[in-house]
Design a protein around this ligand. Sequence first.
Ligand code: NDP
Length: 246
Amino acid sequence: MLFENKVSLVTGASQGIGEAISWELGREGATLVLVDVQKDKLEALASRMAEAGIKAYPFEADVTNSSRVFEVVEQAIQQLKKIDHLINNAGITRDTILLRMKEEDWDLVLNVNLKGAFNFSRAVLKHMFSARYGRIVNIASVVGLMGNFGQTNYAASKAGLIGFSKSLAREVAGRGITVNCVAPGYISTPMTEKLPEEVKKAFLNIIPMQRFGTPEEVARVVKFLCSEDASYITGQVISVNGGMYM
Ligand code: NDP
């Protein structure tokens, strides 16, 4: 197993891509610290994982709340002694064209998608620093690379996350810590399920592989980036998008 004796913290873990990442790392022996705003779903996931023989600790937390984030990290460290992998996955959309976008839609998306990663990275880093080891994987998006109609807030948050990751990668590389992004294309999850049929069709038309991706296809790349096989990879953006953007 790849991650025996490793501890992985995943945000937005209760469904979709975050859930798939949690299972992927857990099946390789990692102990999971599961973070999400959805308490019931999180606890249900932790018990399903326990039944499958995976140690998982659920923490209800909003990634935008920096004092709660520090609390979660300190509690996890007290219980598990370390955090080897941090997966900043929690993300939201509030889509509309800029002319109609409310200030709160801008602030909320930037806060969850970008400040959430800042909050968790800052809280976890000091422990990774003393361990002189760590893997941070930030879930960006194809939209952060190519832009998208009706998603100025989301695209800015994901492009920001890429700049954040490259800068942090430079700051911590000498301490044995890598920081990378995975940029998914269109992945079938509860987030994309709610999109109108015509939007889904339009996406399908621009995906050379002519299908949507699965959460597991993203999770396997995260697993690789957390593994020793990726020991010399940092500051990179790995696209998982069926060729949608090259
Ligand atoms: P989902 O909406 O299915 O899952 C995201 C989870 O994060 C939900 O449980 C959500 O709760 C939770 N969450 C939202 N806000 C917070 C918060 N403030 N604090 C803690 N948890 C929170 O999304 P996906 O699985 O589709 O997406 C996961 C990541 O991948 C996101 O960052 C997304 O931007 C990115 N991505 C997704 C793509 C896709 O096609 N699905 C494509 C490219 C990138 P709640 O449901 O209550 O909001």
